[in-house]
Design a protein around this ligand. Structure first.
Ligand code: PLP
Length: 456
């Protein structure tokens, strides 16, 4: 009897029974290469002895002590490691540890609100995000998510928010438009919306530096985030970077925003765009523990410190000692093994292989991404970019067939400005090697072929 209420009540799932590096095994002994780390989670692969050992050692000391009574050593060390790695302007920021990406976003929204309240700007309650974004499933995080499919049945329960244009060069950049001009046009959408709402009503702008689950790894054009930063500063609006999926080394930088530089500012290579608040989750615990973080920059912390001196929001499992010990081991393992270098090297390898294999594929419209975070957008017609009909459920079908072929890849279905889209996401562990990348791309090619024969 099946007592778990699964995501899909009609289909039964294989039972995952063991992990080993980039592979997962089910209870029937079938082996899968995990090319998406579930949904961008497993950056160290499965069954890391180092992380398992750190968890075990922490359990032998202390599992949890409530944060209204105590702090603990792993959470303090982890917070320092993250702040040290943040963009310079983050300053002496601080970190709140919670349990999931959605919770990290809820904390970010509340923190932004508290920042404005402490400054006496009580009317700043409105959040602006981007169309087709996904920032989590709890009601606040969903309210700032532009993904219509995920919002649909909860719509009447969601607080009002605004969505501006996403960065989606494949569909939105004009053929005669430079990257910088496109960046400027996208960023100006934010300024227009702030003016429309009245800056005195706007609390924060939220964006993923690289849009994962709903826009197939769409990156921002050069200078976009630098311009966004300037606009936020001009109007006193906080900038929140949702790095739940793209952070923690996934793009080849500890923070995805660290890859965003301002080409108009010569110092920006060493001083990249810095958000006021950053959220992290998936790769933070790398699957070993459910843990997420909301990072508040010095600018935000100092206002609260000088004001009420109290964080207005708390959760029972904040700073959980075992979860923090696991994440600390993840950070140290990435550092000691220089895995960010591997992400960049293997990232270039997968980029080249995807281009060589799929650039001429009749149904592959676009291949985009950064580091070990790649999306493939599938279209019915490569020339007109017309997508497949949503009813065909192309991305979920590819996920299913890929699993039969022993490949885990993540399907993303989006709809921007009425245009539906099927994307396949690859986010393999940072320990993947070239042979394993070849295996991923071979299996993906076979799966696309099986699903897309005569589809137009
Ligand atoms: N933000 C982004 C960008 C995500 O991709 C996700 C999950 O996919 C979330 C937030 C929510 O994270 P969680 O599923 O851990 O609540």
């Amino acid at each position: 009897m099946n007592s778990v209420l699964h995501r899909n009540l009609r289909h039964s799932l294989p039972t995952a029974s063991k992990g080993e590096g980039v592979y997962l095994k089910d209870s029937e002994g079938k082996l899968y290469i995990d090319a998406s780390g579930g949904a961008g989670v497993s950056s160290l692969g499965h069954r890391s002895a180092v992380v398992n050992n750190a968890i075990w050692q922490q359990l032998n000391q202390l599992e949890c002590a409530h944060t209204s009574f105590f702090t603990n050593s792993p959470c303090e060390s982890l917070a320092s490691r993250l702040v040290e790695r943040a963009p310079t302007d983050f300053g002496q920021g601080r970190v709140i540890f919670i349990n999931s990406g959605s919770e990290a976003m809820e904390v970010a929204l509340k923190l932004a609100r508290q920042f404005h309240v402490e400054r006496g700007e009580l009317t700043r309650t409105h959040f602006i995000s981007r169309r087709q974004s996904y920032h989590g499933n709890t009601l606040g995080a969903l309210a700032v998510s532009g993904n219509l499919r995920r919002r649909q049945i909860y719509q009447p329960m969601l607080m009002p928010t605004s969505q501006i244009a996403p960065c989606y060069a494949y569909r939105h950049q004009h053929s005669n438009e430079s990257e910088v001009a496109y960046a400027q046009r996208c960023a100006l959408d934010l300024e227009t919306e702030i003016n429309h709402l009245g800056a005195e009503n706007v609390a924060a702008f939220i964006a993923e530096p690289v849009s994962g689950a709903t826009l197939g790894c769409a990156t921002a054009p050069q200078t976009y985030f630098a311009e966004i930063r300037r606009i936020c500063d001009r109007y006193g609006v906080l900038m929140i970077a949702d790095e739940v999926m793209c952070g923690m080394g996934r793009t080849g930088h500890w923070f995805a925003m660290s890859g965003e530089v301002d080409i108009e500012d010569s110092s920006s290579a060493t001083n990249p765009v810095c958000p006021d608040i950053i959220t992290l989750a998936k790769g933070l615990g790398a699957g070993y523990q459910p843990i997420a973080a909301t990072m508040a920059s010095e600018k935000v912390v100092s206002v609260i410190e000088k004001g009420s001196g109290q964080l207005a929001n708390g959760h029972t499992y904040m700073s959980h000692a075992v979860a923090c010990a696991a994440a600390l081991a993840v950070v140290d393992e990435i550092t000691q093994r220089d895995l960010l270098h591997e992400v960049n090297v293997m990232g270039r390898y997968i980029q080249a292989l995807l281009a060589a294999t799929f650039a001429e594929h009749p149904y592959v419209g676009d291949i985009r991404g950064r580091g070990l975070f790649w999306g493939i957008e599938l279209v019915k017609d490569k020339v007109t970019k017309v997508p497949f009909a949503a009813e065909l459920q192309i991305a979920p079908m590819i996920k299913q067939v890929a699993m039969q072929n022993g490949l885990i890849c993540y399907p993303a279905q989006g709809c921007v400005d009425g245009i539906a889209g099927d994307h396949i996401l690859l986010a393999p562990p940072f320990i993947i090697n070239t042979e394993q990348i070849n295996e991923v791309v071979d299996k993906l090619q076979i799966s696309l072929k099986a699903c897309l024969v005569n589809k137009n």
